[in-house]
Design a protein around this ligand. Structure first.
Ligand SMILES: [Fe+2]
Length: 199
C-alpha cells in the first residue's frame, strides 16, 4: 500500500464581493463546488489507489482511475491559476509585459486572441491558457477541450475557464459577456511571478 497524496484547498485571496463583472455568488459557487469538487475527487481517487494497489487492479480499472486522477489534478491546478488571476496588480510585470509584446505584438493583441479562443469554446467547454513554453522559447495561448490537455513542458500563467459553471450564474448562455468580464477582472501578479520562476 502506498501513501495517498493530498492537496490542500487554497482559499480565495480576494474579496469576492469586489470583482467587477463576476458576482460573489458565482465566484464562491465556482470555488466551493467546482474547484473544491475537483479537490475532493482527487483525494478520493488517491485514497482508492492507495487502498487497492495499482498492480492489483484490472487494466481497465487502473486506466479509469489514472484518467480521473489526471483530470482531477489538473482541474485543481488550473482552477488555482484561474482564481489567482483575479487578485493583485492589474498590469503585468516589466519582464512579462515585454515577453507578451514580443510574442503577441501587444497586451491588447494577446487579449484579442485569448478572447477569441474563449468565444470559440463557448457552447462546449475547456480552457484557454496563456502558457510559457521553454521549448518554443515563447508564450503561447494553448487550447484545451478538457482539464487533461496542456502544452507539454509548459507553465500555465493565466487560465480562462470556459466551462459553463464559470459563468452561467451571472451570464446564462452569454459566454462572450463572461469572457469580457474575465479579461476586465484579470490581474497579473501571480502570472508575473510564475513567469519569472519558469523562464
Ligand atoms: Fe471551473
Amino acid at each position: 500500500m502506498t501513501e495517498a497524496a493530498t492537496i490542500e484547498m487554497q482559499p480565495l485571496e480576494f474579496d469576492a464581493t469586489t470583482v467587477p463583472g463576476l458576482s460573489e455568488k458565482l465566484l464562491t459557487s465556482h470555488h466551493q463546488n467546482n474547484y473544491g469538487g475537483a479537490l475532493r475527487r482527487f483525494s478520493a481517487i488517491e485514497a482508492e489507489l492507495a487502498k487497492s494497489g495499482a498492480d492489483q487492479l484490472q487494466g481497465f480499472q487502473l486506466n479509469g482511475l489514472k484518467r480521473e486522477e489526471l483530470i482531477a489534478h489538473n482541474s485543481v491546478v488550473l482552477h488555482e491559476i484561474y482564481f489567482a488571476g483575479l487578485s493583485g496588480d492589474a498590469a503585468p510585470s516589466k519582464s512579462l509585459g515585454k515577453q507578451i509584446a514580443a510574442d503577441f505584438g501587444s497586451e491588447d493583441a494577446w487579449r484579442n486572441e485569448i478572447a477569441a479562443m474563449g468565444r470559440a469554446l463557448a457552447g462546449g467547454s475547456g480552457w484557454a491558457l496563456l502558457t510559457w513554453s521553454p521549448r518554443a522559447g515563447r508564450l503561447i495561448n494553448s487550447w484545451a477541450a478538457d482539464h487533461a490537455m496542456l502544452a507539454a513542458g509548459g507553465t500555465v500563467l493565466a487560465a480562462l475557464d470556459m466551462y459553463e459553471h464559470a459563468y452561467a450564474i451571472d451570464y446564462g448562455a452569454n459566454a462572450g459577456g463572461y469572457v469580457d468580464a474575465y479579461l476586465g477582472a484579470l490581474r497579473w501578479t501571480a502570472a508575473s511571478e510564475a513567469f519569472d520562476k519558469a523562464r
